[in-house]
Design a protein around this ligand. Structure first.
Ligand SMILES: [Zn+2]
Length: 89
């Protein structure tokens, strides 16, 4: 009954509402709070660990060139936290 998505970090399945959609639009990653941004989307838990794992296995595709860019991940985590706050209003 519940829409289920697989986390690109830990590979565990989760309820759609427990996962964040990361849109990869023209090489830029951003948190898709409306869950309908253009471009390829990746679903991931709201956990730094999952984001780091996803970066390590290049789950976000070409958005990260070469090795993992933890700075970009940190930015994403901040975006997620801000999105969370907006959702709670
Ligand atoms: Zn996960």
């Amino acid at each position: 009954m519940y829409p289920v998505r697989t986390c690109v970090g830990c590979r565990q399945r989760g309820n759609r509402s427990d996962l964040i959609r990361i849109a990869n639009f023209q090489g830029n990653l951003s948190v898709d709070t409306e869950k309908k941004m253009p471009g390829r989307g990746s679903w991931i838990h709201k956990k730094t660990k999952c984001l780091e794992t996803a970066v390590e296995r290049k789950a976000f595709g070409r958005a990260f060139r070469g090795k993992a860019d933890l700075e970009q991940v940190t930015d994403l985590v901040k975006q997620i936290e801000q999105a969370e706050m907006m959702l709670e209003i």
